[in-house]
Unconditional design. Structure first.
Lengths: 259, 309
């Protein structure tokens, strides 16, 4: 539950986004992301929710020709992370991401989790080992892998790989974590594990999650935003959105009449 | 209930279609023949190599062949030690790979991970053009351009030397490595790169720590191709490295390689079934064994690091 005293961690203001082919994928999107809460983004395919999510860690910068307009203000810095003077690498060091399909690196389990620390030049092996253990525990994977940290990550099951990717993202103590449909490639049991894990992370860090699964949004999120055709249709408390949506379109979508 | 089943007659609409089956078989046979032609050729070459070498080894003992340090099969006072030719082959190949492996790999990393689309579209075809240059041109480039250039630095360098031949051969092999390794790196899924960038990695860190390990199998394939190319290369070494079999690993000296020897002897008119004629096949067999060994090593390494994404 969010109330007026909940601090805001980040805030998008009149955000427009254009892909290199000229397509405008986001139209004046404004919404707050509350600190240490889970915010869910829902909407039909192609509505721009993943595009919106990927603005937060400047992922679109990897492909030439993409253009942002507007602001995403991050606190406590009170800085627009889309500004030209901002280094996307610094942003990504504080805003971490978990992808739709588990994408472990061709390395050992240990080195996968240590990756973020290695690229930050953490030389102290003691520190690295401690952080890796902590992250794997945080991702509820420690007990399953503690005896085979030097195995290749590809030998893990899909659900374990996804938790490994969560551990990898946790290892660098991010302030915000972005989840792009983290369970869409997983079976129901693995999905339940990930959801439970996200529940445990609630209150420790700010989470923004894109999901196609309405029940998932209802189960895990504090706030929900419904997007359609690049626009923010409705935003509010998850309870309110799912029980008394203001707009007809939102109600149609969440009740399955459409989408 | 099984014993109650009666044999039913087959409806013509579900019966096996003879014409279609025959047609499929014929096509399958033609395809198999095409595939087998390559296999057959390989076996034929090996068979001839073995057959002709057999005659050679009736005269020359294996011990003399592999331990002798002088190779003069065409002289009055004939010696049959293959080591000088192997040394020449290994030395020129080593010099070539010392150039081609680092330059080719760096070029591949640049083209795959750093170059803009436009740069890549221009650079890659130009690089691949190098493959189309006849090797004899590279040979004379080494002899008439690179050697005099090197002689400015090393005035004692002989006109025929393995250094110049190896360097030019290395440049010649760069596009092979760059092209095959780049294809392997580009085949690494974008999602893996995104994972790395999302952790705050730079482009260079992503290329070195994620993309290169993920593409190891293809990169190793590129190296193996390069080794086979270097060991089997004929024209550059025949023209620029010299024709004198000398047991030395010093690249600043001239020495014949296995291929250079074969080309040299094959150009003269040797009587069929003479020992000189047969020596070509013995040398060829050694060459074949060398490339086969490298290919097998490559195969094992590739299997170990095959892509798993």
């Amino acid at each position: 539950m969010v109330n007026t005293s909940t601090p805001i961690k980040a805030e998008s203001k009149d955000l427009n986004f254009y892909y290199s082919n000229g397509h405008q994928a986001l139209k004046s999107v404004s919404m707050p992301i509350y600190e240490n809460k889970i915010t869910a983004l829902i909407g039909p395919s192609g509505c721009g929710k993943s595009t919106f999510l990927r603005c937060f860690n400047r992922m679109h910068d990897l492909y030439p020709g993409n253009k942002y307009e507007g602001q995403i203000i991050m606190h406590p810095d009170n800085t627009n992370i889309l500004a030209d003077g901002v280094d996307p690498i610094e942003v990504r060091m504080r805003i971490s991401m978990v992808f739709q399909k588990p994408n472990p690196f061709p390395k050992t389990i240990f080195e996968n989790v240590a990756y973020g620390l290695r690229v930050r030049d953490e030389k102290n092996n003691r520190v690295v080992a401690d952080k890796v253990e902590e992250a794997l525990k945080g991702a509820s994977l420690w007990n399953e892998v503690k005896d085979r940290l030097n195995d290749l990550a590809f030998n893990l099951s899909g659900g374990q790989q996804q938790r490994l990717c969560i551990a990898r993202a946790l290892a660098t103590d991010p302030e915000i974590m972005l989840f792009d449909e983290p369970t869409s490639a997983l079976d129901p049991i693995a999905t339940a594990n990930i959801e439970e894990l996200m529940n445990e992370l609630r209150g420790k860090l700010t989470i923004l999650v894109v999901t196609h699964n309405m029940q998932q949004a209802a189960r895990i999120s504090d706030c929900t935003a419904y997007m359609y055709l690049g626009e923010m249709m409705e935003y509010g408390d998850t309870d309110t959105i799912f029980t008394r949506p203001v707009r007809k379109e939102t109600e149609d979508y969440i009740t399955g009449k459409f989408g | 209930m099984l014993n109650n089943l009666t044999e039913l007659s087959i409806s013509p609409r579900l019966a096996k279609n003879i014409r279609r089956n025959v047609k499929e078989r014929v096509i399958e046979f033609i395809l198999m023949m095409a595939a087998l032609s390559a296999v057959f050729t390989t076996f034929a070459i090996v068979a001839i190599l073995l057959y002709e070498s057999f005659g050679f080894f009736e005269t020359v003992s294996l011990v003399e062949f592999f331990t002798g340090t002088v190779w003069t099969p065409l002289f009055e006072d004939a010696h049959y030690g293959i080591m000088p030719l192997i040394a020449g082959t290994l030395t020129t190949s080593f010099v070539a790979l010392a150039v081609a492996v680092p330059v080719g790999t760096i070029a591949a990393i640049y083209l795959s991970e750093f170059a803009s689309h436009k740069t890549r579209e221009i650079t890659k075809p130009v690089l691949e053009l190098l493959v189309g240059v006849p090797t004899i041109a590279f040979g004379y480039f080494a002899l008439l351009f690179v050697t005099p250039l090197l002689q400015i630095i090393y005035p004692d360098l002989p006109g025929f030397n393995m250094l110049s031949a190896g360097l030019v051969m290395g440049v010649m092999i760069v596009p092979y490595i760059a092209s095959v390794a780049e294809d392997a790196m580009r085949a690494v899924p974008m999602s893996m790169r995104e994972g790395s960038y999302a952790m705050g990695a730079t482009r260079f860190q992503t290329a070195l720590r994620v993309v290169t390990p993920a593409a190891t199998s293809g990169i190793v394939a590129a190296y193996i191709l390069a080794v086979s190319r270097a060991v089997g290369e004929t024209m550059v070494v025949a023209v620029a490295a010299g024709q004198q079999p000398t047991l030395t690993f010093d690249p600043t000296e001239g020495a014949a390689t296995i291929t250079a020897y074969i080309v040299q002897v094959a150009m003269g008119d040797l009587p069929h079934a003479s020992i000189g004629y047969q020596s070509i096949f013995a040398a060829g067999l050694v060459l074949f064994a060398m490339t086969l060994t490298f290919n097998l090593i490559g195969h094992v390494v590739r299997k170990k690091y095959r892509e798993q994404y």
